[in-house]
Design a protein around this ligand. Structure first.
Ligand code: IMP
Ligand code: MG
Length: 179
């Protein structure tokens, strides 16, 4: 075991099971609609890649980058670093996020996207820390798994100061290594 990983929460088999379940549900719910998936960079890249391969209906994909995090704490101040390429007017937009915590990031992103008149706008998140929510109106419509708010995770897209995104599992960072 890697010494900076306290505990492994999800492995490749779990991602497969989660993406299969979510992909089937999304394919059913969006059948006949104009599904536009928006992957939130950079954390959701691995999840997005696995999820879209389990979606069996036509869809388009795009990416957006917002940041609010420094180290293991959210700064509360959100910035858009990269905007969409596609027009989402009249599209059924599904935001694909790595993790929902306070809700600040998606609250900000959703306010911006709503001004562009999508037909519908929903959230799909790999992980949810519901106890950490600060903006109650932000709820995930599709959730891979729920985790306690005191666990800071790394791997499978999740970073600590831009490191560890490449680990093929989601693990809890040993806070001794969070400096
Ligand atoms: P929110 O704005 O507080 O909902 O934070 C969401 C963003 O914080 C996510 O997109 C992640 O980038 C980051 N984040 C929250 N919790 C974790 C974690 O446990 N590990 C790594 N990044 C996290
Ligand atoms: Mg993120």
């Amino acid at each position: 075991m890697l010494d900076f990983v306290e505990e492994v929460l999800f492995n490749e088999e779990d991602f497969k099971t989660i993406c299969k379940r979510l992909g089937e549900q999304i394919s059913k719910d969006y059948n006949g609609k104009n599904l536009a998936l928006i992957g939130m960079l950079k954390g959701a890249v691995l999840f997005m890649a696995d999820l879209i391969r389990e979606i069996t209906i036509p869809c388009n994909i795009d990416f957006m980058e917002a940041s609010s995090y420094v180290g293991t704490k959210t700064s509360g101040e959100v910035k858009i670093n990269k905007d969409l390429r596609n027009n989402i007017n009249s599209q059924d937009v599904l935001i694909v996020e790595d993790i929902l915590e306070s809700g600040f990031t998606l609250d900000y992103v959703i306010k911006i996207l709503k001004t562009r008149n999508p037909k519908s706008l929903k959230i799909c998140t790999l992980l949810d820390k519901p106890e950490a929510r600060k903006i109650e109106s932000i709820k995930a419509d599709y959730v891979g798994a729920r985790i306690p708010k005191d666990k800071f995770v790394i791997g499978y897209g999740f970073d600590y100061n831009e490191r560890y995104r490449n680990l093929p599992f989601v693990g809890v960072l040993d806070l001794k290594y969070a400096k």
